[in-house]
Design a protein around this ligand. Sequence first.
Ligand code: AMP
Length: 304
Amino acid sequence: MSLVIVGSMAFDEIDSPFGNSGRVIGGSATYSSISASYFASDIKVVSVVGEDFPEDAMAMLREKNINLEGVDIKKGRKSFFWHGRYHNDLNSRDTLVTELNVLGDFNPVLPESFKNTDFLFLGNLSPDVQLSVIAQTTKRPKLVAMDTMNFWMDIALDALKNTLKEIDLLIINDEEARQLSGQYSLVKAARLIREMGPKFLIIKKGEHGALLFHKDEIFFAPALPLEEVFDPTGAGDTFAGGFMGYIAHTGDITFENMKRAVIYGSAAASFCVEKFGTKRLEELTGPEITERVQKFVKLVDFKV
Ligand code: AMP
């Protein structure tokens, strides 16, 4: 089934304790679409780039069967640029530079053939922009999922609350869940956030895994303990892309199937962090994902 992904495509520069990445490609739509492409075959991206965005990056995405008809290439303008620096624990980072460039006036337009998508993932963008995308769909997708961040809670909380009413699944991290709900307990936070609109909620806890909430049910997926963590950039988007790719592949939005999707998303994210930027994700193979999913199964397998 079809999956439309809306989000940023970017140039990133990353400083980690392991060095500087130089200019690499990044952006939420880039990470999530590559990740989704390992699970689903009908993936369509809506984004905006400048004339400087490399053709070989576009070719790499097309080779993965990702439809780029919805990527607007703005002549004479520059792509979004983000520069971040990770602290030694690799869990926290500072943003050093954000140059919005073409993203500053991004007004996503769904091409005709995208409007009846089965599934929709809205990457981290302004909540008004996210809402405008939902309004362009001609049939209600089976599942609308979105990401957001503290920044929008600080400057556009009312708009964010409006958008939350229109979606089915929110994917955020623990710090964001606490800020949005004003609750320290993630169980209380989850209840309050689901009362704002989304029936399903995923709270990511970085190297400590992810929680999936629906009604009175909670599912916990660990993150795989990894020997090498090189660059966590894009891990959240990769998780979301893998999750939505698996859901689009199966077409099944039951809680039971979402549990599997959380594991597939976590497996994809565990590869993302092994090299700078999208490098490791680009070269991934199906058998590698299957093997890693088995490691997750083994990690939590116990008898009582
Ligand atoms: P994550 O590590 O999952 O938070 O995602 C990192 C990606 O988000 C990077 O590739 C950046 O290009 C992108 N990014 C950073 N800031 C923004 C922003 N304000 N809007 C859209 N994308 C952003």
